[in-house]
Write a protein that binds this ligand. Structure first.
Ligand code: ATP
Ligand code: MG
Length: 227
């Protein structure tokens, strides 16, 4: 479970200071799903970076299961990320010279274990996103939707607690968007993940049971019981 208390993030360059997050209080239950929307520059990606321990707040606390990510050493934070948190980005961030299977395996390297076991788990993860036949393909040999599904397999192969997705369908056309959303929803349901997703897609936002809107670094939560 996430508990954020009075989280601020300021970026200062020269004489200008940007309040990317401005006093954010938020709790997210285990297995919960939260959709984040809001205007460009509102602070969505910044919030996701705090949740993922990719960056630290200027002040406030970001607790994951009672551990304040803001206070962890860099080494501990790297371990927490490697074990517990999967990321999916708008630009798939796959390594172009590695096959689908090798890309997925990279997520398991920090966790140790045998190479054969990594290969087996990567193949299994790719199979679960419908890419069991594409293990040996390079990213350049796949469609956008397929590349994003490889990225989802890479995020989930370590069986994280939390999946963070920053506009995962932003670079995809409509048919691929549906394909990727379907995979994400299935994964959320099957794995009991805590799933937090930034999206500009108003259709997705409308369907969300819990919606966080961020404007100028401030969060408003809307619950939608009908969704
Ligand atoms: N590394 C940085 N240095 C300085 N300013 C930054 C940095 N990262 C973000 N910002 C600023 O913080 C604010 C919030 O940015 P953020 O990327 O979180 O917005 P966003 O809601 O994700 O926008 P978008 O929809 O365009 O992705 C913006 O004003 C942005 O310019
Ligand atoms: Mg962003």
């Amino acid at each position: 479970m996430y508990t954020l208390r009075d989280v601020t993030k300021r970026y200062t360059r020269g004489k200008t200071t940007v309040h990317a997050l401005d006093g954010v209080d938020l709790t997210i239950e285990d297995g919960g799903r939260l959709v984040i929307q809001g205007p460009t520059g509102g602070g969505k990606s910044t919030l996701l970076q705090m949740l993922g321990g990719l960056d630290r707040p200027t002040s406030g606390s970001v607790e994951l299961d009672g551990v304040d990510l803001a206070k962890l050493s860099e080494a501990r934070l790297t371990t927490v990320r490697a074990q517990n948190i999967g990321f999916v980005f708008q630009s798939f961030n796959l390594i172009p010279t590695l096959t689908a299977q090798e890309n997925v395996e990279t997520a398991l390297v920090p966790l140790g274990g045998k190479a054969a076991e990594r290969r087996r788990r990567a193949a299994e993860a790719l199979d679960s996103v419908g890419l069991g036949e594409r293990l040996g393909h390079l990213p350049g040999e796949m469609s956008g939707g397929q590349q994003q599904r490889v990225a989802i397999a890479r995020a989930l192969v370590k069986q994280p607690k939390v999946l963070l997705a920053d506009e995962p369908t932003g670079n995809l056309d409509e048919s691929m968007r549906d394909e990727v959303m379907e995979v994400l929803e299935t994964m959320w349901k099957e794995h009991g993940l805590t799933f937090i997703m930034v999206t500009h897609d108003s259709a997705i936002a409308r369907r969300a049971p819990r919606l966080a809107t961020i404007r100028k670094g401030r969060v408003t939560i809307t619950e939608n019981a009908a969704a």
